[in-house]
Write a protein that binds this ligand. Sequence first.
Ligand SMILES: [Zn+2]
Length: 170
Amino acid sequence: MNNIKGRGVMSKKNKRLPYLKFAEDYDDPYRSEYPNYSYCTECGIAYIDKNWKLDVDDSLNKNPIVCPACRKIKDNYFEGILYISGNFYKSHKDEIINLIKNEEHRQRLRTALPRIGKIEENEDGMIVYTTNDKLAYRLGKALFKAYKGDLSIKWSDNNIFTRVYWERDE
Ligand SMILES: [Zn+2]
């Protein structure tokens, strides 16, 4: 646990979200530059004016590539993990999954690259793996905003890997 730099805890008593500054430049092994109108042959997103876009006009696509998110998912390389637990989850599972998917989509309309790579279930609840640290945080924040409960965040040095915990019992 010695790589943990900080920890934000939220509960019913402490509803303020911690201020997080994410590192903008770090040595992401998956980061690359692409020509304009490159598109991912796996998931279909396109790279236009240095932004990743969903739902683009296919006729504009020029340069086929595999995007960093698809490469991360293939390699099982994730930068964020959201742990969902507690009895509330057990009785509201579908609702929670919908909320997470909607929040993912909302975020991807702004920048299409970060996404959920994998969802696992265990006896405590659900584990959501994201290709980007900020997305795990935003999903946790959306759960907290919708259902309260307890949200805590642990991030490693340079904030390139984030663990987010959301729990609600009743
Ligand atoms: Zn892709």
